[in-house]
Write a protein that binds this ligand. Structure first.
Ligand SMILES: [Zn+2]
Length: 289
């Protein structure tokens, strides 16, 4: 059995800012101290490998024991600022899977907008209705209430919806919370990605708009998978041979589509534990936090 362990990080923050709170709560951000701790633990017990070696291990099943590959998803700028130096110090070469609409500059991840609405709340006792889940009252002054808005049933539903339905849900949330505009964490630019590529990182695709692709139509798969692969084609030799499913979610149709249409792509990463039935088109990765 293959023992390769694939870690998946999202953000690495130095001094947590108010807007980082939601990401730390969810586990999609770690502090630099925690990041160092994870790397040191894994380096003490595992052989750290790059994408080529990880791919070879998965394809041949050889030399897998106690190996680990580091990956990043989404494309937040703090990865360049805070993760890169720690990884270079340890000689680790990761791959990063970016949602390519981020390269347009002004775009924000749907989840960033959800968190911004929560963090910009001016009302604290709210009644949540019209989210497709049972209405409920939430008190944001209580840590449980706040946490349930960061990653509760409404947000869980939100991330699976179409862009149009997400816009409606956000408008409802912002009105319910009386949200003031709040900032979101900066994203990597094209030139930031060029820098990472020059430093030996592989640049891969993670969809165009982070639309969840389990149950997606062929049209959406074409736009999101083929579109995002097209967007990173100019990275040439630095381009990853992998695709990372947004939210780690795929289905037999989307995996079959990837297999047939994404030429030159070797493997794809999901999230979660080993033992799924996705084969090399949905290889589990560990959500590192
Ligand atoms: Zn993601």
């Amino acid at each position: 059995m293959t023992m390769l362990r694939i870690l998946c990080f999202h953000r690495v923050v130095l001094t947590p800012q108010p807007f980082d709170r939601a990401y730390l709560q969810r586990g999609s951000a770690v502090t630099v101290d925690r990041f160092r701790e994870i790397l040191d633990q894994v380096a003490a017990t595992h052989r750290l490998v790059d994408e080529d070696e990880a791919t070879r291990i998965l394809q041949t099943g050889k030399d897998a024991e106690r190996t680990c590959w580091v990956t990043f998803d989404d494309g937040y700028r703090d990865v360049l600022e805070h993760a890169l130096p720690e990884l270079e110090r340890r000689g680790i070469l990761p791959s990063i899977f970016v949602t390519t609409q981020t390269l347009d500059g002004a775009w924000r991840f749907p989840v960033d907008r959800w968190y911004a609405a929560v963090l910009g709340a001016t009302r604290h006792e709210v009644e949540l209705t019209s989210f497709g889940s049972p209405p409920r009252a939430v008190d944001l002054r209580h840590v449980d209430g706040w946490a349930s808005l960061v990653d509760g049933p409404e947000k869980q539903r939100f991330i699976f919806e179409s862009a149009e339905e997400q816009a409606r849900m956000l408008a409802v949330l912002e009105i319910a919370l009386g949200s003031r505009p709040a900032p979101s964490p900066p994203l990597l630019s094209r030139s930031d990605l060029e820098t990472l590529a020059q430093r030996g990182w592989r640049i891969g695709a993670h969809g165009r708009t982070h639309r969840v692709l389990a149950g997606a139509s062929e049209h959406d798969l074409d736009a999101e998978v083929a579109g995002s692969l097209h967007d990173i084609a100019h990275f040439g030799r630095a381009r990853s041979g992998w695709f990372a499913w947004p939210d780690g979610q795929s289905c037999s149709l989307s995996r079959g589509w990837l297999h047939q249409h994404a030429e030159g792509l070797r493997l794809a990463g999901g999230l979660g534990l080993a033992g799924g039935d996705g084969g090399l088109s949905a290889i589990p990765r560990v959500f590192a936090r």
